[in-house]
Design a binder for this molecule. Structure first.
Ligand SMILES: NC(=O)c1ccc[n+]([C@@H]2O[C@H](COP(=O)([O-])OP(=O)(O)OC[C@H]3O[C@@H](n4cnc5c(N)ncnc54)[C@H](O)[C@@H]3O)[C@@H](O)[C@H]2O)c1
Length: 250
């Protein structure tokens, strides 16, 4: 049990990789706070974890709103007393739009969820982590944090930005016991990508051309997250870790 007695808050836990992390964290003994704007999805998974003997609670909120981010963290703290691990997984896509097709409000919304949301959630959990002298932050970036084409003209900068934010968190708080890292998936089969993978032949060709030859299952990303959340990875700081089936080898 890699996460025994640890408490984890996972945003975006109602679907995809957030949900998969909640399941794998719970399998490894963690108590899990499932945070999502979609309470129904988070509650369904929380119930599944409780039915399997785990400890889990679902909380609703928008990570891009300071008061709601703080409220989710406070509810988690009321429930479990402390938070050891924060996984900033919530994110939204821009449907690969080029700059001229992105309206200002869409830019603000995607920046708000993917980048500002991670900052707001992190600031809400950090003080009690620093007080304890230990804590882990995992931020969801993407291969779009390295190259163009994994998203559009606002998604790609949010993922480049989240890698920078992760490095700065390590730089500023590493010596206070905070371990921050970024997971950078390639293509993963989730609600975010389902239609794109089914309908877009160019993406299917691109995927079959990668070394892995396919998209990842959400749990394959969750296994990396478990390792980064555990004490086994305590020498890894500020690292953007690609888990992309080799998409970016060339
Ligand atoms: N699926 C992929 O191929 C892929 C690849 C690389 C990176 N990513 C990144 O991984 C993360 C998870 O993606 P996924 O594919 O599991 O997505 P998903 O769409 O399956 O799940 C995202 C979850 O986030 C929640 N959410 C959205 N906006 C929110 C908000 N403002 N506040 C709180 N919750 C909110 C949604 O309700 C949903 O439950 C995202 O950051 C995404 O950018 C995904």
């Amino acid at each position: 049990m890699l996460l025994k007695n640890k408490v984890a808050l996972i945003t975006g836990a109602g679907s995809g990789m957030g949900k998969a992390q909640a399941v794998e964290y719970s399998n490894e003994g963690a108590k899990v706070i499932l945070a999502d704007i979609n309470l129904e999805g988070a509650e369904k998974t929380a119930q599944q974890l409780r039915d399997n003997g785990g400890e889990a609670v679902a909380v609703k909120g928008n990570v891009a709103k300071k008061a709601e981010a703080e409220d989710m963290v406070n509810k988690g703290l009321e429930h479990f007393g402390h938070i050891d691990i924060l996984s900033n997984t919530a994110g939204i896509l821009d449907n690969y739009k080029p700059s001229l097709e992105i309206e200002e409000d869409e830019w603000d919304q995607i920046m708000g969820v993917n980048l500002k949301g991670a900052y707001l959630m992190t600031n809400a959990v950090l003080p009690q982590m620093i007080e304890k002298g230990k804590g882990t932050v995992i931020n969801f970036a993407s291969i779009a944090g390295f190259v163009a084409g994994g998203g559009g003209a606002v998604y790609t900068p949010t993922k480049h930005g989240i890698i920078g934010y992760t490095k700065q968190l390590s730089f500023d708080y590493g010596k206070k016991g905070i371990k921050a890292n970024a997971i950078c998936p390639g293509a993963v089969e989730t609600a975010m990508t389902k239609e794109i993978f089914e309908e877009n032949e160019a993406i299917q060709d691109l995927l079959s051309d990668t070394p892995a030859g396919r998209a990842a299952k959400p749990e394959e990303i969750a296994y990396l997250s478990v390792f980064l959340a555990s004490d086994k990875s305590d020498f890894i700081h500020g690292a953007p870790i690609k888990i992309d089936g080799g998409w970016t080898v060339k």
